[in-house]
Design a protein around this ligand. Sequence first.
Ligand SMILES: Nc1ncnc2c1ncn2[C@@H]1O[C@H](COP(=O)(O)OP(=O)(O)OP(=O)(O)O)[C@@H](O)[C@H]1O
Ligand SMILES: [Mg+2]
Length: 302
Amino acid sequence: MAMVDEVVSGEAVAGEQEFKLGSTLPGDRKDFAVSIRGLVNRFGKQVVHDGLDLDIKRGEVLGIVGGSGTGKSVLLRTILGLNVPAEGDIMLLGENQRDLDEGDWRRVQARCGVLYQSGALFSSLTVAENIEAPMREHSDLDDDLMDQLAALKIQLVGLPLNAGDKYPSQLSGGMKKRAGLARALSLDPEVIFLDEPTAGLDPVGATDFDQLILSLQRSLGVTVVMVTHDLDSLVAICDRIAVLLDKKIRVGTMDELMRDPHPWMQAYFHGPRARAAGMGKTERPSGDGHPGDGHRGDGHGA
Ligand SMILES: Nc1ncnc2c1ncn2[C@@H]1O[C@H](COP(=O)(O)OP(=O)(O)OP(=O)(O)O)[C@@H](O)[C@H]1O
Ligand SMILES: [Mg+2]
């Protein structure tokens, strides 16, 4: 830690003005999973995003953090075209909603999987029926094939096969998250958006879920955009981290963010929970190893 502290104070002395973490990347915006320029979101007089830029590379795991109410969920909804922003240019998988008719935009949406913050499985449908719901909406597969595909997704997320016949109320919290993930994977998406997938899980369950997301990303090559308050997830599985702060976004690797002198960044990335998560010493695992050392925050920090 001593070394990190030295770097931080050195940067801080150099002045906050000189420390700038960009949120855009070089290259053609059409090649990115997501590319946002000049996003403004307002609700009445409340400005949530003000000139926000963000590029998300294909195949990366991007973590999104920020205090409660900073607009993380609104950002995901805006990217997916579920919230119409006041201003800004948003590309999803190289396509811009305003250039497309409704049908074409729905086809772009169908290339994305989403696990909402509330989980939101249909309570009146079994797990298998939940997973099949997007297939029914976006394809004309026959029932047998849909059943087989649902069984495949159920196995993919590590649920027992008989979970397919269960209703959400019959599942544990961790199983519900997995079922929600299976539904997000229903249409073999190119990018999945996860809004606080590990909130409410116990530490072991959360670590297992992180590993599941990482292994899916590796085996399927899917881009993962994950909102989380969970510092262990950030350390364990994210390639880069985007921080919503002052109505804009700063993106960097863990090491870069730890050097950001902004007081919120210092408090977040150097606080006791960050230290418990082993920040600044734990590398993203390159093999199939277990991340961290068993420490895990309460999942509701910052
Ligand atoms: N449809 C809406 N109408 C009015 N205000 C909204 C709407 N959606 C979001 N907001 C406001 O925008 C702000 C950002 O909300 P958002 O849900 O994105 O926060 P968040 O960063 O996801 O917070 P949390 O970490 O608690 O989930 C909040 O102040 C919220 O009240
Ligand atoms: Mg939210």
